[in-house]
Design a protein around this ligand. Structure first.
Ligand SMILES: [Zn+2]
Length: 154
């Protein structure tokens, strides 16, 4: 998605967990613990992927996108599909997206990545990233607007 920014990738942590499972130090029951809420979110709002489940290899993984942010009000913490995310990204200034992968067969689940979406990242006539840079420079050594806003959300 075009306005996707401040991406945090969790593939290293994911690989570490899988290594523990494959080596036998952690049982697959401990990591295949998707809650009923996560499973129903996967069924109703999930996006299919081409990647097969690393634990059972019986089904492709489903990605669930959870949204957080003050502007979302009562929708915060809910799952949304890609089309709904694009729509929100055009109407809201900024919100956080957490992508979780789920296997609907064995219940394997893990955080894939998180990022920010919203109009704030689209920039004005000039291109990606310029708006953020401008804010950081005018801050004169202080934390950038974006960073302070994120901290306020915690
Ligand atoms: Zn599985």
């Amino acid at each position: 998605m075009r306005s996707q920014r401040q991406v945090v990738d969790y593939s290293l942590q994911r690989r570490a967990v899988l290594r523990e499972v494959f080596s036998g130090r952690v049982s697959s029951h401990e990591v295949c613990d998707a809650s009923p809420y996560l499973k129903s979110a996967a069924r109703f709002h999930g996006e299919p992927t081409d990647e097969s489940c690393p634990i059972c290899h019986r089904e492709n993984l489903t990605h669930v996108h959870y949204i957080y942010g003050d502007e979302l009000k009562q929708s915060a913490g809910q799952a949304r599909n890609r089309a709904e995310l694009s729509l929100l990204a055009m109407t809201l200034r900024e919100f956080q997206v957490y992508v979780v992968e789920v296997c609907r067969v064995c219940n394997w689940n893990h955080l894939v990545e998180q990022y920010l979406l919203g109009r704030d990242g689209l920039g004005v006539a000039g291109g990606d990233g310029e708006a953020d840079g401008a804010v950081a420079v005018s801050g004169g050594g202080r934390p950038s607007m974006t960073k302070r806003r994120r901290e306020a959300q915690r």
